[in-house]
Design a binder for this molecule. Sequence first.
Ligand code: 3SK
Length: 512
Amino acid sequence: MHASGNAAIYFVDRHIDEGRGDKIAFREADGDRRSLTYGQLAEETARFAGALDRHGVRREERVAMIVRDQIEFPVVFWGALKAGAIPVPLNTLLSTDIYEAVLNDSRASILVVSQELWEVVAPAVADNRFLRAILVIGDAPKGTESYRAFVEGAELADTVEAHEDELAFWLYSSGSTGLPKGVRHVHSSLRATADTFGAQVLAIDEGDTVYSVAKLFFAYGLGNGMSFPMSVGATTVLFGGRPTPDAVFDIMKTERPTIFCGVPTLYAAVVAAQEAAGGMPDHTIRICTSAGEALPREIGERWEKLWGAEIIDGVGSTEMLHIFLSNRPGDVVYGTSGIAVPGYEVRLVDEHDEDLPDGEVGELLVRGPSSADGYWNRRNKSQSTFAGHWTRTGDKYERTPDGRYVYCGRTDDMFKVSGIWVSPFEVEQALIEHPAVLEAAVVARADEKGLDKPAAYIVLKTGADPSIAGDLKDLVKDKIGMWKYPRWIEVVDELPKTATGKIQRYKLRGAA
Ligand code: 3SK
C-alpha cells in the first residue's frame, strides 16, 4: 500500500504543497453563491473524513450522496475518499422508488442529501435498515441530522493509505431497462481520465474556468467539473438549478467560463434560442465538449457559427468513467465521434467478435486505463460487459476510410428495413436539418404487413407550423435514401429522455 494511491492526495492535498491554497476551486452561480479555495477544500475534506471517523464509519462503507451541484458535493466526495469510505453520488432527479431500491442495493450507511431534495428522498429511507445517519445540507427535518452539526468540531483526519487499484467510488448507471447498476471505480481511474481526455484533448490548464451543464453525479460531469479542473488547479462554476438556455446565457456573461461542457439537447435549445433572439452571445469560451449522446452535425455547425467556438463531440460511458472516443480541437468533423482518445483503443466487431473493416456497422469495444472494476452484485452482467481488458459499449458504430467513427445507435435501437440496417440517429439528423424541427427520435414500427419501418417523433421549434410534417418524408428520402424515410411522423411536446439527456427510444417503441 502507498498513500499516494489515494486519489485525494493528487486532486486535493497536492495543491497546498504547490502553493495554490488561495486559488478558488469552486464557485456557486446560484443559491448562496459561496466559493471554496483549494486550501479550504483540503481542510473541509479532512474535517468530513474526521467526522466520518468520529461516527465510526469504517473503510469501504458506502456514503450515498443525493447532492446538488453545490460546495458540499466536492467536500463530501473527496472527504469520503480521504477516510477510505466509498462515496456513491446518485442522480438528483430519480424517483422515490428508485432511491429506495438503490439505497438498499448499495447498503450505504451514511446518506448526505441537499435539503431541496428531501421531500422525494424521505419516503425512500423510511424502511431502510442500513443507514446509520442521514445528513441534510440545510435545515434538518425530524429523523435527520444537520450536515453542519455532523462535521462541527471534528478533528482533521489524515488521508488514509490506499492502493491505486482499490475501490474508490461507485456511480449508478441507468440502462434502458431495469434498476440502475452500481459501477465500481478504483482510485487510479480518476487520474487516468484527467491525464488522457482532460490533458490531451481539452488541454485544460490552471487558468481555465469550467462550467458543465452535466451535473457532478453523472460520470461526464464528474470529470468535467471536478477531476479535470482539480488535476491542474483550475476553477469550476457550480450551478444547482436547471440549465435552461437563459441560465446558460447568464452564466456565460457573469461567470466567464473558458470551457463549456454541454449535451446535445442543451446545444439544440441554446442554438434555437440564440437564433430567435438574434445577436451574438457574450462569452469567453475557448472550447466546448458534448457527450451523453451523439451530437447531430447540424447542431454542431450552427453552434460554431454563432459562438465561434468548436464543440468537441465525444463518447464515453459510466463504465469507462469518461470520454474515450472524441474529436480534437482544430480537427472537428461534426456528425462523427472522432477517433480514440490517447491512452484508449477501440475496435468494431460483428456478432462473433470478429473485427470489421471500414464501412461496416458493428459494436464498439474499448480498452483503456479507466474501465470499472465491475458492477456491484451483477456477476453475469459484469462478465458480459467487462470482457478481459475490453469493455463492450452497447453502441453501434461505423468507421470511415479516414479512421473516424460514426455513431449509428444503441445496439438495441438499430433495426432493418428491407434487410438493410437503419440507424435511427442518421434519420434523426436528416429530420433536424429542417429549420422547423428542434429534436427528433426515430424507432421501428411494424406496418400493416408486420414489417419494420421507421416512425419519427418530432418536437417543433416555437411557432413552427405542424403541417410541415408531410415535407419531412421527402427531405429524408432526398438526403439519406428512399427506404429510410419515416412512414409515420408524430409531433410531440417533448421526447422521453434520461436525466442526462439521452433519448429513451425504447419508451417510444410500441407507443403507437
Ligand atoms: O454518455 C457519454 O457519452 C458519457 C461521457 C462521459 C462520461 C460518461 C458518459 C455516460
